[in-house]
Design a protein around this ligand. Structure first.
Ligand code: NAD
Length: 346
């Protein structure tokens, strides 16, 4: 029987290892491409049944047209978010599946790791002691116990982050467009969250509606010294407004695993290059900004789950009528598609 062919874009060595381990019976013919999917590169998918992509591949309308013309049937996202896919345009043309959850613990734990590193100055102390500098000047932090954390988005990752924060004795307030009933979470409106929180962590999807929810106006409403954590999607924060807030000493620290222009730089080694993004360069130069390059998901458990779920999605699509992890424009709520499909979407 002819094997299903998968064109795998933005492939890293850790992807290859986890997919090879998951496809132990070699059911699939997977071709790994280091390049990202774009209009210029989609010809590499010629002859494939499936295109497998990650967070920074650009699945715009032109790419969708090219892929459908080549006979590609399925776009398999190796991630939960799908803001990089023109999902409305794709409807009726090509099916989209995703990995709705692979390890919410990985992301929530990374958010806390960034927070602790930042406020206890671990990033500074690490460099100092490597140089046998044992001075403590400038390393004073603050206790998390008793502080108020505002969590934006109380889905899988947000809830785990809340549990972790409660373990530290923090007070939790939250905002969600669809608050969970009987959860014991104190939900407040966004303006109240901006005003009350000492620390704000983002765990909601990026939509047209909440793009740049952190902007000049919302920063004005926040407490002086607020710490922002973003492990969700970069464009939730207007980076220039963030930079200005830091320069004005309004924002005490920023812990970023995502950045709105990350697709130009993240996942590549630019250590020998001049980076052209002045906002990114200035943010990185700040002593109170910690940046990791979309690494929150990167644990052994998450990689194994991503590979197993992605290949399971492909198998289900070609062998059955169902498509449990399909995302489509017409799903009950585009911003929060939790529908389990009994049939394919179209
Ligand atoms: P989820 O679907 O379980 O939860 C998302 C929550 O956000 C839901 O409760 C939903 O009601 C809420 N929401 C939707 N629109 C909102 C809005 N406009 N304002 C406030 N809340 C809103 O998703 P999850 O698994 O918890 O993931 C959250 C986000 O984390 C993903 O959308 C993705 O962007 C990001 N993520 C990042 C990484 C990483 O490596 N950095 C990995 C996985 C996921």
């Amino acid at each position: 029987m002819k094997k299903i062919r998968i064109a795998f874009f933005d492939a890293k060595e850790y992807d290859r290892q986890s997919f090879i381990a998951s496809d132990k019976d070699e059911e699939y013919e997977i071709e790994y491409f280091e390049t990202r999917l774009s209009e210029a590169t989609c010809k590499l998918a010629e002859g494939s049944d499936v295109v497998c992509v990650f967070v920074n591949d650009d699945v715009n309308s032109a790419v969708i047209d090219r892929l459908t013309a080549m006979g590609v049937k399925l776009i398999a996202l190796r991630c939960a978010g799908y803001n990089n896919v023109d999902i409305e345009y794709a409807y009726g043309k090509i099916h989209i599946v995703r990995v709705p959850a692979y390890s919410p613990y990985a992301v929530a734990e990374h958010a806390m790791a960034l927070l602790l590193t930042s406020i206890r100055r671990i990033h500074k102390a690490y460099i100092r002691t490597k140089d046998f500098n044992f001075s403590l000047n400038g390393l004073t932090g603050f206790d998390l116990h008793g502080k108020t954390v505002g969590v934006v988005g109380t889905g899988k990752i947000g809830r785990i982050f809340i549990d972790i924060c409660r373990g530290f004795g923090m007070n939790v307030i939250a905002y969600d467009k669809f608050p969970a009933k009987d959860s014991g979470i104190e939900y407040v409106e966004l303006d109240e969250l901006w005003e009350r929180a000492d620390i704000i962590s983002f765990h909601c999807p990026l939509t047209d509606e909440n793009r740049h929810m952190v902007n000049t106006e919302s920063i004005v409403k926040m407490k002086k010294g607020v710490v922002l954590i973003n492990t969700s999607r970069g464009a939730l924060i207007d980076s220039e407004a963030l930079l200005e807030g830091i320069k004005q000493r309004k924002i005490g620290a920023a812990c970023l695993d995502v950045y709105e222009e990350e697709s130009n730089v993240f996942f590549h080694d630019y250590s020998n290059h001049i980076v052209n993004d002045d906002v990114l360069a200035r943010l990185i130069s700040m002593p109170n900004v910690i940046l990791t390059s979309h690494q929150a998901f990167l644990t052994n458990e998450a990689l194994a789950n991503i590979a197993d779920t992605t290949l399971g999605n492909v198998r289900e699509f070609f062998e059955r009528d169902t498509c449990s992890n399909e995302v489509c424009y017409k799903c009950a709520n585009l911003a929060n598609c939790k529908q389990t499909h009994e049939k394919k979407c179209f």
